[in-house]
Design a protein around this ligand. Structure first.
Ligand code: PLP
Ligand code: COI
Length: 338
């Protein structure tokens, strides 16, 4: 096996095994191991027609001590249950979730990147309505599966600052819709805006609050945060995905003696922020050097010296060191895969 760990993109990578479990007649069956990259699915499955599906994104890290660590898996398990409830699917229990993840990581252990090269094993749990329906209603059968693959940074810039675009002519989610859960429809709704943003030279787009457009919602597949003086500020909105990375950064910021504010953030106020960034499992922290408002042409600039700001850097290192076992884990966020 010859993998160039240092230059891995964030993308699909074929590994040896995945795991699957069906929910039929109201209960979960046995966890199955598969080496096929394909699933055999009914053409009338509700996932295919009505988007009855949810997914997760998490990472396993090879620690400094050689051990493999999962970061806050209980939060991903809770979220896939919340997402499942939001589109009326069977609930994945903690027991099934951790059994599946432990098994698939162990089976693909050789694909967990070595410590210190900026790569990790991305874990993608997926829950889909697999049973046939033609009327709009929930499936009577579900498939939960997990595949993994080694990845590098989500944005090719890694921890180098990126440029984002604020838009108002597309929304990824609506106030009483599904933006707060991780279901495929939200991502389908974001594709045109993301594709256009990339063509216009931006790493991603920032969606605004759909109803009034006055506030910042989130930065494509990542939450948004800003630093102003000694305060960490991140949007509060019903239509953004509650990010586990963001929750962890808030905790780290508080414990570094910073003030934390989770509240609606207007577009106008970001001019006064000292640092801004996008955060998520895939994005980790992506510092932002420039935000362009597509409607008005207004430009906000940060990282004037071309580098991430000091507080973003401190938060990034604190998070990464815990995840990779290079620092103590006082919060009990890691689970070692044994
Ligand atoms: N927002 C969206 C829309 C996402 O897809 C993700 C990724 O999961 C995030 C935010 C970041 O969440 P987390 O930190 O839990 O990965
Ligand atoms: C993640 O951060 O894990 C995500 O799921 C983001 C994206 C690839 C959808």
């Amino acid at each position: 096996m010859d993998i160039n760990w240092k230059d891995l993109p964030f993308g699909y990578f074929k590994t040896d095994y995945n795991v699957r479990c069906y929910h039929r007649d109201g209960k979960w069956g046995e966890l199955e191991i598969s080496s096929s990259e394909h699933i055999n699915i009914h053409m009338a499955a509700t996932a295919l027609h009505y988007g009855q599906e949810a997914f997760e994104g998490m990472k396993a890290f090879r620690g400094k001590d050689g051990k493999i660590r999962l970061f806050r898996w209980e939060e991903n398990a809770k979220r896939i249950r919340r997402s499942g409830r939001g589109v009326m699917m069977a609930e994945v229990t903690d027991e099934l979730f951790i059994e599946a993840i432990t098994k698939v990581v162990k089976l693909n252990e050789k694909y967990v990147p070595p410590y210190g090269l900026g790569a990790s094993l991305y874990i993608r749990p997926l829950l889909i309505g697999s049973g046939p329906e033609v009327g709009v209603k929930p499936s009577s059968e579900y498939l939960f599966m997990v595949f993994v693959g080694p990845v590098g940074p989500y944005f090719k810039e890694g921890f180098n600052p990126v440029e984002l675009q604020i838009i108002s002519d597309y929304d990824r989610a609506s106030p009483n819709g599904t933006g707060h859960i991780k279901v495929g429809g939200n991502y389908a709704a974001s594709l045109i805006a993301l594709d256009r943003g990339k063509k216009e030279g931006f790493a991603s787009v920032i969606f605004r609050s759909a109803a009034d457009k006055d506030y910042i919602d989130e930065a494509g597949p990542a939450n948004f945060f800003g630093i102003k003086g000694n305060t960490y500020i991140t949007p509060d909105s019903d239509s953004i995905l509650p990010s586990i990375t963001n929750m962890s950064l808030r905790r780290l910021a508080r414990d570094m003696g910073m003030k934390v504010e989770k509240r609606p953030v207007t577009i106008d106020e970001i001019v006064d922020f000292d640092e801004v960034g996008a955060c998520g499992t895939a994005a980790v922290i992506s510092p932002i050097k420039k935000i362009v408002c597509r409607d008005t042409g207004k430009v906000f600039e940060y990282c004037k010296d071309g580098k991430a700001g000091p507080i973003s850097t401190k938060l990034y290192n604190a998070l990464k060191d815990i995840q990779e076992g290079a620092a103590d884990d006082p919060y009990g966020w890691n689970t070692i895969v044994e």
